[in-house]
Design a protein around this ligand. Sequence first.
Ligand SMILES: [Zn+2]
Length: 98
Amino acid sequence: MWRQEHQYEHTQFVSVFQGQPTPIDLPDYDFTSWEETPQFRTNWLISHEAIHEQLRVLTGVTGVNLADVDLTKEDEFYDWLDDHRSEHAEIRSALGIS
Ligand SMILES: [Zn+2]
């Protein structure tokens, strides 16, 4: 399930920054919680994009607006998953996580 793996990586990002000599506290959201309502999806996407924006600033990784997607459309969902996956991979390598 992509949500579990995804959460695992976000939790790793949070702990890497907390473990730095000068710790940086990133909000540790639970991205596994999910409801099939438009309001929930929108809020999820906005909090998630906000975290990614902070990660981009901290790592120098660039990425598209991950909140700009309609997850109910299958083609958009798969494009989003791809973009999102490659950004996670870039952040991981920027942080030296193998
Ligand atoms: Zn993410």
